[in-house]
Design a protein around this ligand. Structure first.
Ligand code: ADP
Ligand code: GLC
Length: 479
């Protein structure tokens, strides 16, 4: 079976968050299920540099204002189709925004181009690439499902799957964009791409796809409610029969404490004591005072979603308990500012780095004692999964994929030996403080704590079950 995965980012070529980890790991995981996955993505500079054995499959003289080539090739074990459209993608920095942090003004055209080309490939019109299933990730690719749905004169259309990694990002643009998309006029409708007088690429995709998935069962349920659906819950309730949740796995080669080159010392469940060498390395790296007391770790975008403002409220208290904090993240200036000020007040107790640094993110997983994820909503979340694998005990808000992947150390779960971390709800600053207090109490009991670590490390957080679930879904669509 041939699946074309369409995405705006893929690890290790270009990454701003978990989407890249997922699209980067799925192709290899699916090989065990007789699914051959090719990935179509924009030709950003980093992608063009990494592309090997490239061949031009198609040239379009005018794709949204400039010449575009469809290239095939390989990079880092990924089979790629690359949309080489310099006028849209040959830019420095981030896939979505310029150096000033503002969205590129032509994002509507950039990702419509990606989606349109994806549909043309899948419909067999360009590139001669057989596609049984077109798997579209997030709003940047979702519009392809609408292009396929509204395509005329094609007898054998591919099946379409849209995966929602985060419903907060919907690709909403003014309706004036519609004319250039090349969709028929009747696509501008309530059951098409129209969205309260604007157009929404995600909505168009969700209304058009054969199947909708999201990245955890709990989030699949949550997004059908007004509280989490961000305006799309009504549509998702209507399409409930085709919505499902498949929890993300992790790439267990990239995230393996036994072989991780970013660690000062590799370790496994039998050599957990060696973790302390990573703790020492982390202390040095973030100018933390050395010591055996608890270090909470954070690896996160610093945005409202991630709830780190709730943690910021408690930093003086946290330091007062003797705990330390190791944080790496980038994002909103106000949240960064709160952590920067606290770090200045508590030198040696709060260590922060406001940058994107893959290596340091691994060292935090391997050296900190906990992985804090106090998100207000979290479709799946990957850092708690890495935490489980690394013996970095997750402390998470009970929402979305966090609820589905961490077993709270309540009395019953501790006595039955099931607990793997801590959950708190409702999600607010008070309950966060309470869960931190619970974690500190358990940390003082070293046997109980290492029991938690070992159970977490023994959890299967690989892609095994979830790749099987995707393969099964694809199969139901092509029979
Ligand atoms: P999201 O995709 O919503 O940001 P996830 O938990 O699914 O959340 O994935 C985040 C990914 O980005 C993880 O691989 C995490 O390690 C990584 N990450 C986040 N912030 C940073 C950072 N500042 N430096 C390095 N890696 C980061
Ligand atoms: C999104 C979500 C995150 C999820 C990731 C990969 O960025 O915010 O929860 O883990 O996508 O699916």
């Amino acid at each position: 079976m041939q699946v074309l995965s369409v995405t705006s980012e893929v690890f290790p070529l270009i990454k701003t968050g978990g989407l890249a980890d997922v699209t980067g790991a799925l192709p290899a995981a699916l090989k065990h299920h007789d699914v051959s996955m090719t990935t179509l993505l924009p030709g950003y500079p980093a992608v063009m540099q990494a592309l090997e054995n490239s061949e031009t499959r198609h040239t379009d003289k005018n794709l949204f204002g400039g010449e575009a080539k469809l290239l095939s090739g390989k990079a880092k074990d990924l089979n790629l189709l690359v949309l080489d459209a310099p006028h849209l993608f040959a830019r420095p920095g981030n896939p979505y925004s310029g150096a000033d942090g503002k969205d590129w003004p032509d994002n509507a055209q950039r990702f419509a181009a990606l989606s349109r080309v994806a549909s043309e490939v899948a419909l067999g019109r360009v590139g001669k690439h057989k596609v049984d299933v077109l798997h579209l990730h997030d709003w940047q690719a979702a519009l392809a499902a609408a292009y396929v749905r509204y395509a005329e004169g094609v007898s054998n259309k591919p099946a379409t799957v849209v995966t929602v990694h985060n419903i907060a990002f919907q690709g909403t643009f003014p309706s004036s964009v519609f004319g250039a998309l090349g969709l028929p006029p009747h696509a501008y409708a309530m059951d098409g791409v129209e969205y309260y007088g604007n157009i929404s690429y995600l909505k168009g995709g969700l209304a058009s796809a054969d199947r909708i998935t999201t990245v955890s069962p709990t989030y699949a349920q949550e997004i059908t409610t007004p509280e989490f659906g961000m305006g799309l819950d009504g549509l998702l309730r209507e399409r409930r029969d085709v919505v499902s949740g498949i929890v993300n796995g992790i790439d267990d080669d990239t995230w393996n404490p036994e072989s991780d080159k970013a660690l000062a010392k590799t370790y496994n469940a039998k050599s957990l004591v060696s973790r302390s060498e990573n703790k020492r390395a982390l202390e040095k790296r973030l100018d933390l005072e050395p010591g055996d007391g608890i270090i909470h770790g954070v690896v996160s975008r610093l945005t409202w979603q991630k709830g780190l403002d709730l943690l910021a409220e408690h930093l003086d208290w946290l330091v007062g308990t003797g705990a330390r904090l190791a944080l790496i993240g980038t994002g909103e200036a106000a949240i960064e500012g709160a952590f920067r000020q606290a770090a200045a007040r508590h030198k040696g107790r709060i260590g922060v780095t406001f940058a994107y640094d893959e290596g340091l993110s691994h060292l935090i997983q391997g050296g900190a004692d906990t992985m804090l994820v106090p998100s207000r909503f979290e479709p799946c979340g990957l850092t708690q999964l890495y935490g489980l694998r690394y013996g970095c005990v997750p402390i998470v808000a009970r929402t979305g994929g966090l609820a589905d992947t961490v077993i709270d150390a309540n009395v019953a779960a501790l006595s039955s030996g099931a607990a793997t971390g801590f959950q708190f709800s409702p999600i607010n600053a008070d309950t966060l403080q309470t869960v931190l207090t619970r974690a500190h109490a358990l940390y003082a009991d070293r046997n109980a704590w290492s029991g938690l670590q070992l159970r977490g490390m023994a959890q299967d957080v690989s892609w095994k079950a979830s790749a099987a679930a995707y393969a099964a879904l694809y199969k139901t669509l092509v029979q």
